[in-house]
Design a protein around this ligand. Structure first.
Ligand code: HEC
Length: 110
């Protein structure tokens, strides 16, 4: 059961190196992961709560609050992505609605 292993192992295998299938991502989530690698990964480690230039996004939606203290809702996350936040640049001009929807679907798997 690759899916269960991926979800449960956590600290075992480095999830960054795992394939979309190993992570159990559906088509939309893998598209979102692709967008994430291009636009977000350089500042936000996906599978770590330790940050790089921005906070690590592991368990983003599993916690009640975002690093900023806003509640962890799609609305607040989309706001930061589209309009930027603090030192984070805005991506409203670079991502279309489909990219955004896919990206959010992926962020929910972290
Ligand atoms: C150049 C570095 C950089 C890039 C690229 C970047 N971010 Fe950020 N991000 C930041 C920083 C810095 C913060 C902290 C902002 C603050 O609260 O002052 C942040 C904060 C966030 C937060 C937390 C918002 C909150 O309310 O606490 C989320 C979610 C986020 N980024 C998602 C993304 C996503 C998704 C992408 C890709 C589209 C992305 N970021 C690209 C630097 C970056």
């Amino acid at each position: 059961m690759i899916l269960a292993t991926g979800l449960l192992s956590g600290c075992g295998k480095d999830q960054t190196l795992m394939s979309d299938a190993e992570l159990g991502l559906n088509t939309q989530q893998s598209r979102g992961r692709h967008v994430y690698k291009i636009y977000c990964l350089s500042c936000h480690p996906a599978y770590s709560s330790r940050g790089n230039k921005g906070p690590g996004l592991k368990n983003l939606y599993k916690k009640e609050y975002l690093p900023s203290g806003l509640t962890a809702t799609d609305e607040h996350v989309v706001q930061s992505i589209v309009h930027g936040r603090g030192m984070m640049p805005r991506f409203g001009d670079q991502l279309d609605q489909q990219d955004l929807t896919d990206l959010i679907a992926y962020l929910h798997t972290l």
